[in-house]
Ligand binder design. Structure first.
Ligand code: TXA
Ligand code: MG
Length: 329
């Protein structure tokens, strides 16, 4: 199969809609990462998504809708605080998990009772969702376990020949996947941390918990139990501030004839000045936005990425460190 990459315009949107309505799956941009999209009510399209990605079939998909879509046609909104969350954070990088009304097929939610829904904050994606006017289910558009894609080219590198079209909406601004929030109980629970933080949700709802996934627990957000986000080169993770440890590892790698790259916040630039660097930026938002981009750049250039943990694990750094541990831990 020939995989086309098309910039978003009226013509490419029409083409995408016709492919999707025909049961095909395509790459689409969102503000977080690129998605592998198919019509959520079509079991054949959903099965194709699992197949193309090589995704375990017990890991449910997120439904994406445009900003004027009636969420109550898809789910039961049972808790009072949910409408406040919707008006505050949607469209945006927040996914809410509610009891499904069955419009999105059972294959997409792996036979469960709940559906995860989000409204992407990306113009091109909104145009596509508005044009098709039905929920598109989409996991990140990478092969299962690999790093999530943040450009159309990244999607192409993983899925070339497996899908007919990738809509090119530029580099994703957010850079890590949405916050997944269970809103079926009286206190909302974060199942996957992201750019909408615990603190932001607390401000709106008064309270917010973070789900703890301990070994042996029944996993509430199945995706968190799998290895994830791995670049194709070796990776090592160092504690925040462990300059000595990184320098030592760098030397050892070079002695073995291997090419190391240090992936770190830009505040370390001076400290490591004559070394190969993958700089992530200064603020939490910048680091999130560059994380996958730099991992995917690194896997092309490096034999091993030496990554340094951030100092904080509060706010957006929780989501960042969660990904960094899985990709480099
Ligand atoms: O930013 C994002 O969320 C991106 C873009 C493409 O929208 N999508 C994404 O999808 O990250 P995926 O499939 O890679 O991750 C979805 C996560 C998984 O951890 C999955 O287990 C969880 O959401 N999830 C989906 N439906 C769920 C449900 N009904 N209950 C609990 N967790 C759910
Ligand atoms: Mg994913």
């Amino acid at each position: 199969m020939d995989t086309k990459i098309l910039k978003i315009d009226n013509e490419s949107i029409d083409f995408a809609v016709s492919l999707l309505n025909d049961g095909k799956v395509i790459g689409m941009p969102t503000e977080t990462v690129y998605g592998l999209a198919g019509v959520g009510a079509n079991p054949d399209a959903v099965n194709e998504i699992f197949k193309v990605k090589g995704r375990p079939t017990d890991n449910p998909l997120i439904a994406h809708v445009h900003k004027d879509f009636d969420l109550e046609s898809l789910c039961y909104i049972e808790q009072d605080y949910v409408k406040k969350l919707i008006s505050e954070f949607m469209p945006g990088p927040l996914t809410i998990v509610m009891k499904s009304k069955g419009v999105v097929c059972k294959e997409a939610i792996c036979g469960g009772e709940t559906l995860a829904v989000r409204m992407p904050l990306h113009d091109g994606c909104q145009r596509l969702l508005k044009a098709i006017d039905k929920p598109l289910v989409a996991p990140s558009a990478n092969l299962s376990k690999h790093t999530s894609p943040v450009t159309a080219e990244h999607v192409y590198n993983d899925l070339n020949g497996r899908i007919p079209l990738i809509l090119d909406g530029g580099k994703c601004s957010g850079g890590i996947e949405s916050t997944v929030l269970d809103v079926t109980s009286s206190v909302p629970r974060i199942l996957r941390a992201g750019l909408v933080t615990k603190e932001m949700i607390e401000r709106v709802c008064g309270a917010c918990e973070i789900a703890k996934h301990k070994e042996g627990d029944r996993v509430k957000s199945p995706g968190v139990k799998y290895t994830h986000y791995k670049p194709k080169c070796d990776t090592l993770l160092f504690e925040s501030g462990d300059v000595e440890g990184v320098n030592k590892a760098y030397e050892e790698q070079e002695k073995k004839g291997r090419k190391p790259f240090i992936m770190c916040e830009s505040k370390y630039e001076e400290v490591f000045k004559d070394k190969n660097l993958l700089l992530l930026g200064f603020s939490g938002e910048e680091v999130a936005s560059n994380l996958y981009y730099k991992l995917l750049e690194g896997e092309k250039k490096a034999d091993v990425i030496l990554a340094i943990a951030t100092e904080s694990e509060e706010g957006v750094y929780l989501g960042i460190m969660n990904r960094l541990r899985k990709s480099c831990g």
